[in-house]
Ligand binder design. Structure first.
Ligand code: BES
Ligand code: ZN
Ligand code: ZN
Length: 497
């Protein structure tokens, strides 16, 4: 899809007309240049009550003498938010067929620039399919659609700028989705690292450093090494630095990147195990966010750390009962090798302290318990700073990606330090509150400023995306597969809040 903004009054190709509930005829402001028979066709449908303009509903009018139209519903005008515009845009893309032709012209009835932009964003976000692995016959060739969003002369500069930003952000979301959807035989730690390396070559303000297996062993990254050593595809850490010469503290993102999670020796049951290819969703979110920032020309400094490993059972794999020493020096009794995300993150979080960041946010498909708590509707959100947690929650609300506040309680932390032989344990005492005990575990590896023993802990948030990175049926920006969730939230947080 090629989407542009235009102040022209022409209708090229099929007209896309977003309408409020209760519209009985074509809004006056949309009539300019509309062929008479198309207008009367639409008026007939509306006055007969055949199209009620309910949220996300669409109706195609073909067969008229002078043009085609797609009507799309926005719901009631007094309740209609920017999110409804985004969803209406996505509904259009979801419904595009060959019969609509290769050109669309969208015409709004006096919507704000922000709402028109959101509509365009929805159209672009939903314009995604993952078909790299399908043989293509000519029949299936995707139709390339050119979309013109029309607006007034005085709005066009502002809207063009907004749409250009959304284009860049969409690239980030789609990159996150591509990484997540890629099958695990082709997406493993080294591949991810190579992709990051190649990607960075396109930008002179981005550096990528790869800490390979041997270097990780040498550095003492006992968590990353323990999780990855059972696989022939060795683990690594990938560090992205954007605008590293900019002075001062910056945001730092950390991602869980388990390219396949079998559970290791604590093997998972077979049903739906294929879905564990998405267990690198945290790292995909981080990489996608860097792409979104790069594409929109972000000038601030941002650092990202992705912890990549494949969790396999083998004769080289770690065992339940092993005690490992992490980068922080803290030891962990590994009671379940399937609780591996927290092990790789323990090193990623600790490493983050080296960059003296303003704050750290980690993203992880960390626990099934989080899916039990919040379903596929919201990401679990924990933080050691209430105001920061609220800022992230609000950034999510702004872009329509819910992140729900969850508690960090001392009792959960206590539960995770209660090992007989090590400093910490990677498993709670029981299964209750499993998402909270996991978060409390991570907190122990968030460094104090300057790694001072009695210093202040760096501001940190943890986002458990186990329920939202894939499998959401209500996410209207996505048909299936990886969602690319929170690239937009974090882009918003970093650039606008
Ligand atoms: N990757 C899984 C979490 C997961 C499970 C995400 C299902 C999405 C859907 C994680 O590594 C894991 O296996 N966690 C265990 C932790 C337990 C052993 C304490 C879990 O949630 O069961
Ligand atoms: Zn696991
Ligand atoms: Zn996992």
């Amino acid at each position: 899809m090629e989407l542009n903004v235009s102040a022209s009054e022409n209708i090229n190709g099929t007209l896309v007309l977003p309408l409020y509930e209760g519209s009985e005829s074509v809004p006056e402001s949309c009539e300019v240049g509309m062929p008479t028979s198309l207008k009367s066709q639409i008026n007939r449908v509306l006055s007969d009550g055949d199209f009620k303009a309910k949220k996300k509903s669409t109706m195609t009018l073909l067969g008229g003498e002078d043009g085609k139209a797609i009507l799309v519903g926005l719901g009631k005008s007094d309740e209609c938010t920017i999110h409804d515009f985004r969803k209406a845009g996505a509904a259009i893309t979801a419904g595009i067929k060959k019969s609509h032709g290769s050109e669309l012209t969208v015409r709004f009835d006096g919507a704000s620039v922000a709402k028109m932009g959101a509509f365009a964003e929805g159209m672009m976000l939903r314009d995604y399919s993952y078909d790299n692995y399908k043989q293509k016959d000519d029949e299936d060739e995707k139709i390339e659609v050119a979309v013109r969003i029309t607006c007034s002369e005085k709005e066009s500069e502002e809207l063009s700028k907004l749409v250009a930003d959304y284009k860049g952000i969409c690239k980030g979301v789609h990159l996150s989705r591509d990484l997540g959807n890629c099958p695990p035989n082709d997406m493993y730690p080294e591949v991810f690292a190579d992709m990051a390396w190649e990607w960075a070559k396109d930008f002179d303000n981005i550096d990528v450093t790869i800490i390979n297996y041997d270097q990780a062993v040498k550095a003492g990254m006992g968590g990353l090494v323990a999780v990855g050593m059972g696989s022939a595809r060795k683990p690594c850490m990938v560090i992205f630095e954007m605008n590293k010469h900019v002075e001062g503290r910056c945001p730092l993102l950390v991602g869980k990147g388990i390219t396949f999670d079998t559970g290791g020796i604590s093997l998972k049951p077979g049903a739906n195990m294929d879905e564990m290819k998405y267990d690198m969703g945290g790292s995909a979110t981080v990489f996608g966010t860097m792409e979104a920032l790069a594409q929109t020309g972000h000038e601030g400094k941002v650092v990202a750390i992705t912890c990549m490993a494949e969790n396999m059972p083998s004769s080289n794999a770690q065992r339940p009962g092993d005690v490992i020493t992490t980068l922080s020096g803290k030891t962990i009794e590994v009671l379940n090798t399937d609780a591996e995300g927290r092990l790789v993150l323990s090193d990623g979080l600790w490493k983050a302290g080296e960059f003296d960041p303003e704050y750290i946010i980690d993203f992880a498909t960390l626990t099934g318990a989080c899916v039990v708590a919040l379903g596929h509707e919201a990401t679990g959100l924990w933080s050691n700073d209430d105001d920061f947690r609220t800022r992230i929650h609000e950034a999510g609300n702004e872009v329509g990606e819910l992140a729900w506040p969850m508690p960090l309680l001392p009792a959960f932390e206590k539960e995770m330090t209660n090992s007989k032989i090590a400093d910490t344990r990677n498993l709670g005492a029981g299964r209750w509150g499993g998402a909270n005990t996991a978060a409390a575990f991570l907190k122990q590896f968030v460094p104090n400023r300057g790694y001072e023993k009695d210093g202040e802990q760096i501001t940190w948030a943890h986002m458990d995306i186990a329920g939202t990175y894939w499998g959401s049926k209500t996410n209207t920006m996505v048909k299936d597969g990886a969602t690319g969730v929170h690239v937009r939230t974090i882009h918003h947080l970093i650039t606008k809040s």
